[in-house]
Design a protein around this ligand. Structure first.
Ligand code: CA
Length: 230
């Protein structure tokens, strides 16, 4: 999952970025409205965290502009305490939800999970599943059958990305864009490295292999093993 945070107060931005990264999210930070629009045009974010009070162009204008450009990424608006007009204006501008500052990281994470769940077409359940592989987005627990599998934060993020769209071939770029931010995602073989780790943990000790390489295209999570290149 990749999040864009738009907030000019560097301290708050850094605090939220660190908190989300600890949970395995990829995070880019924009500090002005125009910067936010540039980022949003350039990468497929799963969520945009948008402060209302920004220099030059405020969050409401940014949100309206995003929607006008056809960008449907869920927007979580950050508003000042008791500013009811702001909240109404935010929703009117096309935001999906709002969070009152100051907020606890825990609440932000809960809203974030709810919003990304609401917008994905299929699963309303917090548990993603294929065959005997399950990933619980609430507890972040991954299991195959009865066996709990320990994953590093980015391994979890790559698996979640694949498991949100089982059977679909995802290119390395598509995976990287959802798992890493601009600082890292252009390192060419980073996805392959993580897929190798995931295979070792998820597939090696099991008869049915779920992670498949699709030659010249990318990776696919499936119980079927045609088009195999490994
Ligand atoms: Ca601000």
């Amino acid at each position: 999952m990749r999040v864009l945070i738009v907030e000019d107060e560097r301290k708050i931005s850094a605090y939220v970025k660190r908190g989300l990264e600890e949970q395995g999210y990829a995070v880019d930070a924009a500090y002005t409205g125009t910067e936010a629009l540039d980022f949003a045009d350039a990468a497929p974010y799963d969520l945009i965290l948008l402060d209302i009070l920004l220099p030059e162009m405020d969050g409401l204008a940014v949100c309206r502009e995003l929607r006008q450009r056809g960008n449907r990424t869920p927007v979580l608006m950050l508003t000042a305490r008791d500013a009811i007009d702001d909240r109404v204006a935010g929703l009117d501008a096309g935001a999906d939800d709002y969070l009152v500052k100051p907020f606890a990281l825990k609440e932000l994470l809960a809203r974030l999970r709810a919003l990304t769940r609401r917008t994905s077409d299929v699963p309303k359940s917090p548990v993603l599943q294929l065959a005997d592989l399950t990933l619980d987005t609430l507890t972040r627990r991954v299991k195959r059958g009865n066996k709990t599998i320990e994953l590093a934060a980015k391994e979890y993020a790559v698996l979640e990305c694949l498991l949100r769209e089982p059977e679909r071939v995802l290119t390395r770029t598509q995976i990287a864009e959802h798992v890493w931010n601009y600082d890292v995602y252009n390192q060419s073989n980073i996805v392959d490295v993580y897929i190798r780790n995931l295979r070792r943990k998820i597939d090696d000790n099991f008869e049915v292999k779920l992670i498949h390489t699709v030659r010249g295209a990318g990776y696919r999570l499936s119980m079927e093993s045609d088009n195999e290149a490994t």
